[in-house]
Design a protein around this ligand. Structure first.
Ligand code: PMV
Length: 347
């Protein structure tokens, strides 16, 4: 079917990795498997308006962030279009007007690449679907994740919820390097409705882009051990998720976060992405845990902000601790209360 014009809107969440993806090969193939919680409140909403054009030689699009033209995003989207054109042959036949906005503040230091690229991939897939006669729901999701991966690796884990695995792994049936899949095994009650409160320690520009970061794993002295460790941690997490072993969960998740940062600290060139307040928060969490035995742990992305993970049944008590003690370490007292979510939505 050929279409002259139309529009689709998707909102797509961010995600937070429990076992981290850090290091990739050609074509956005991850060096190790990863698994993430899909978030709920942190999301990107994107509308794509498309209209047929005469000249089919080049890509043609405008991009608006919060209603204002955002030329800074053009190169990233152009690269994305170039990468996915083989899979979406209609791309040069249309002009696109891409309107996007994030639920979290633009300069919060929260990466919008996962939610942004997954929302864009889903909008393009809706066009593809409107033009094809027989695209199953399962194939739609798989291909959306595949395309999102080509925009930003971790974006392939933002299509569905609530736990997503990306990267081939022996112990996870159906896992693939090419797209994320819903975690296919039993998950204990205690992980339902899990909380992720994001403490915004540093809202500045990222010191190391993830592209540069992944490249630092080429020739990294500990690369091989790290990639093996990620696989082993994923295998171990499988048991933890099933049994509801929160102690095991906390120690695995924190080890993953610190290892991600350890990789950056030991690469060439090397980086320290934590800020003094990141460490103060970590120490405060450990002291609080020692005192109260609460099941509060942290994880980190490639930056200074801290994600606080905890079960719903302890949310009241831990919420008090966050407000009374941890918010003081946030830039301008800013933090975001989020929790596990169930994936992208067509609006
Ligand atoms: O998706 P990228 O290329 O921006 O890489 C993100 C990597 C981490 O966020 C640091 C870890 C992860 O698995 O999400």
């Amino acid at each position: 079917k050929s279409l002259n014009s139309g529009a689709f809107t998707w909102s797509s969440p961010s995600n937070i990795a429990l076992v981290k993806y850090w290091g990739k090969r050609e074509n956005q193939i991850p060096e190790n498997p990863s698994i993430s919680f899909t978030l709920n409140a942190c999301k990107t909403t994107t509308t794509i308006h498309f209209s047929k054009k005469e000249d089919q030689r080049d890509f043609s699009f405008t991009i608006l962030l919060d209603g204002k033209e955002a030329p800074d995003f053009k190169p990233k989207i152009l690269t994305f279009f170039e990468r996915v054109e083989t899979y979406l042959p209609f791309l040069k036949s249309y002009h696109f007007r891409i309107e996007t906005s994030n639920s979290f503040p633009h300069s919060s230091g929260i990466a919008s690449s996962a939610s942004g690229m997954s929302a864009l991939a889903l909008c393009l897939m809706s066009i593809e679907k409107a033009m094809s006669d027989n695209l199953s729901e399962a194939d739609f999701i798989k291909k959306a994740s595949f395309l999102a991966r080509l925009g930003s690796g971790s974006a392939c884990r933002s299509i569905e919820g609530d736990l997503v695995v990306w990267g081939e792994h022996e112990g996870i049936e159906g896992s693939s390097n090419l797209y994320g899949i819903k975690y296919p095994y039993e998950v204990h009650e205690v992980f339902k409705n899990y909380h992720d409160t994001i403490l915004l320690v540093d809202k500045g520009e990222k010191q190391v882009s993830s592209t540069v970061g992944h490249n630092l794993m080429f020739g990294h002295p500990f690369a091989k051990q790290r990639f093996e460790q990620a696989g082993n941690n994923l295998s171990q997490l499988k048991g933890i998720l099933k049994s509801g072993d929160l102690e095991g969960f906390m120690s695995l998740v924190e080890q993953e976060a610190l290892t991600l940062h350890a990789m950056m600290m030991t690469s060439n060139p090397y980086f320290i992405l934590m800020k003094p307040n990141t460490l103060k928060i970590i120490n405060a969490i450990w002291a609080y845990r020692e005192k109260t035995k609460a099941h509060l742990c942290f994880t980190l992305d490639a930056g200074a902000n801290v994600h606080l993970l905890f079960p719903d049944y302890e949310a009241k008590q831990i919420g008090e601790f966050i407000k009374n003690e941890l918010v003081a370490f946030c830039q301008n007292g800013h933090y975001i209360s989020d929790r596990i979510g169930f994936g992208a939505k067509l609006l």
